[in-house]
Design a protein around this ligand. Structure first.
Ligand code: NAD
Length: 339
């Protein structure tokens, strides 16, 4: 692809698509061009098309058949992947960037993953926190420490989009939102082998059509032996929420404040890093660089990691739905299957 621009199509032009659009505005990534935009809502496809001089579409199948695209972003609601736009894009050998959660159906996500790997196409998923500049330092500090346990949380208010308030359209808070925190825990501590969770409802009573947990606590046991709890809450109104991870180790304590800062307290010193880069821009830059260089290793947040995050958060839902039943994952699950 030496001299040609990467031609991009977007499926879904809502909230998160606009986050990505900002990284392509004003020729910020000169090696790429958004040439087609698709949304079921005409105004959204049209507004995005106008912004980039692209062609708007309502139907992604038509977009894929009429345009010669190198890459496709899928930025639709968690429940909308049932239309199987990823498979249609893969049919055309497009590289894929899929927003999290990459689906609500794990088997579908695994099918997409296997085709991506088989076709050796570049793949990325929307866990942009992995691109924050201090994350390698944070990972290294944790790797060199004896971790006892951690405490993680994504607690705030309820997002306003129509699909968020129902488990069958969003997946629930753990799957849709706190999945960023679960991802960072996996990034720090490795793979989870056991999940046990409780959720509660009944705090939020004044939102029409609301049908998901208001609060949940998910206990995780990692293959490395690390244990911890991830809390989700969407019931706080008027501020006061908290997103992040606290890690307690023999060397001291680490506090990651989601997308903001990292503070480490050691026996004789405390130091803080503030986020120093535009990690969202870095995420989209990496996608285009990986396509141009044909080098998947440039992507820090790939589709396979996203599938693991989906499996983990769906396991949390399964446990919540079964009064804290322990759900086995990864090695233990496969060992259990073998025995
Ligand atoms: N990475 C992040 O930090 C982050 C932040 C917000 C949202 N997200 C994720 O991004 C996804 C979208 O969220 P959003 O806030 O942009 O939602 P949104 O409701 O604002 O936008 C989704 C858009 O997809 C369109 N769409 C749905 N099905 C379609 C189809 N078959 N063809 C074309 N368009 C279709 C809808 O019409 C809508 O405009 C969700 O999975 C969400 O979890 C990620």
């Amino acid at each position: 692809m030496a001299d040609k621009k990467v031609k991009i199509g977007f499926i879904g032009c809502g909230g998160i698509a606009n986050f990505h659009f900002a990284h392509y505005d004003n020729n910020k990534i000169p090696e790429a061009q958004i040439v087609a935009t698709c949304d079921l809502i005409d105004e959204r496809a049209n507004a995005a098309a106008k912004r980039f001089g692209a062609k708007p579409y309502k139907c992604f199948k038509e977009m894929l058949s009429k345009e010669k695209l190198d890459a496709v972003y899928v930025c639709v609601e968690p429940c909308a992947h049932v239309a199987e736009m990823e498979l249609a894009a893969l049919e055309k050998n497009c590289h894929l960037f899929v927003e999290k959660p990459v689906a609500l159906d794990l088997a579908y996500a695994q099918k997409v993953e296997s085709i991506l790997l088989k076709k050796k196409l570049i793949h990325a998923a929307g866990f942009q926190d992995r691109y924050i500049d201090f994350i390698p330092y944070m990972k290294n500090w944790v790797a060199q420490s004896k971790v006892g346990f951690f405490n993680a949380y994504w607690v705030g208010g309820m997002p306003g989009v129509w699909w968020w308030r129902r488990r069958d359209t969003s997946g629930g808070q753990a799957v849709e939102q706190t999945i960023h925190t679960f991802d960072m825990c996996r990034n720090l501590f490795g793979e989870v082998v056991e999940v046990s969770a409780f959720g509660r409802r009944g705090i939020i009573t004044d939102v029409e059509n609301y049908d998901t947990e208001d609060a949940s606590a998910v206990n995780l046991k990692f293959e490395s032996g690390v244990i911890g709890t991830v809390y989700s809450g969407c019931f706080i109104r008027g501020g006061g929420g908290k997103n992040g991870i606290d890690v307690y180790t023999m060397n001291g304590r680490l506090e990651y404040v989601e997308r903001t800062s990292l503070t480490i307290t050691e026996p004789n010193r405390t130091f803080t890093f503030k986020v120093g880069n535009d990690f969202g821009q870095a995420e989209d830059d990496a996608f285009i660089d990986a396509i141009l260089e044909n080098d998947q290793s440039i992507i820090i947040s790939n589709y396979s990691e996203a599938v693991k995050n989906l499996e983990l958060t769906l396991a949390a839902n399964e446990s919540m739905d079964n009064n804290g039943k322990v759900v086995l994952l990864n090695q233990k699950r496969s060992r259990a299957r073998r025995s």
